[in-house]
Design a protein around this ligand. Structure first.
Ligand code: XBP
Ligand code: MG
Length: 265
């Protein structure tokens, strides 16, 4: 049975519910600033989330929805400029402190840090967004808690490709069996599996609750119960915990490897 050596975290939807009230709002502000009449509703954005990466998402929107584009504009350049403006807006929103970490994230990160469990980030979003989210929630310097921040365009293929997980594991000199991944979406599950990682905890959110999480070890609606609601097991291995701490994380990792033959074959 392999030993659990590292926890690898997705960011958007997993560390924090960033999409609906963060990224989506920032995209809309960037569109308005640029004089575009584009607007991504809550529902439309849920559909657009099938494509990971903000630049890739805008290109998909242009191809699929054929929105109005001012004459003579060069699309590749426009996407890059819109994305820069969107990132500025997003970081401003984070700075307002309106996007907290999801329940259970901070205690798990603190426990990992105190007990020497290695932690890293594997995300599709832009690196400065990760630094801003961590700084505004866990405080300045918290980015250093993470051994590697794998983010954005550092790999050629974003999720659902496994490249970002492979990049992080290579930097940490880890094998897939050493790791437990935390994700929130179907594209996340596909990326984790593509990188050869068997052990995975999914925490669903408003945008991803209906996704297909086939092959995920444990699917729950939150890492920790809090005053508002308890943790619910939605599918897979029951970690038998009110809160995912390191002991529960080790149980999930062990369960993934005990049933590896049936989970991934
Ligand atoms: C996150 C993404 C990102 C964010 C926006 O997916 O797809 O594109 O939506 O961030 P995951 P950027 O949680 O699977 O990593 O605009 O910086 O790309
Ligand atoms: Mg995510």
């Amino acid at each position: 049975m392999p030993e659990l050596k590292a926890l690898l975290f997705d960011v958007d939807g997993t560390l924090a519910d960033t999409e609906r009230d963060g990224h989506r709002v920032a995209f809309n502000r960037a569109f308005a600033d640029a004089g575009l009449d584009w607007h991504w509703s809550v529902e439309e954005y849920g559909w657009l989330l099938q494509v990971t990466g903000g630049k890739e998402r805008m290109r998909f929107f242009i191809e699929q929805r054929n929105p109005s584009i001012p004459e003579g504009i060069e699309i590749d350049r426009m996407i890059i400029e819109l994305h820069k403006a969107k990132t500025d807006h997003y970081m401003r929103l984070l700075g307002e402190g309106l996007i907290p970490l999801r329940p259970g994230i901070e205690p798990l990160l603190r426990e990992a840090r105190e007990s020497g469990m290695r932690i890293a980030i594997a995300t599709t979003t832009t690196p400065e967004n990760v630094t801003a989210l961590l700084g505004n929630t866990l405080g300045p310097g918290s980015v250093d808690w993470f051994e590697v921040i794998g983010a954005g365009d550092i790999v050629p293929h974003k999720k659902p490709a496994g490249d970002i997980y492979t990049y992080v594991m290579e930097k940490m000199d880890l094998n897939p069996d050493d790791c437990l991944a935390f994700e929130d979406s179907e594209n996340g599950v596909l990326a984790v599996h593509d990188a050869g990682i068997r052990a995975m905890i999914i925490t669903t959110n408003g945008y991803t609750a209906g996704h297909d999480f086939d092959g995920a070890t444990t699917v729950i609606d939150r890492l920790c119960g809090d005053g508002e609601a308890p943790l619910h097991l939605l599918a897979g291995f029951d970690p038998l915990a009110d809160c995912i701490d390191l002991a529960a994380a080790r149980r999930v990792h062990a369960a993934a490897h005990a049933t590896a033959g049936t989970l991934n074959d």
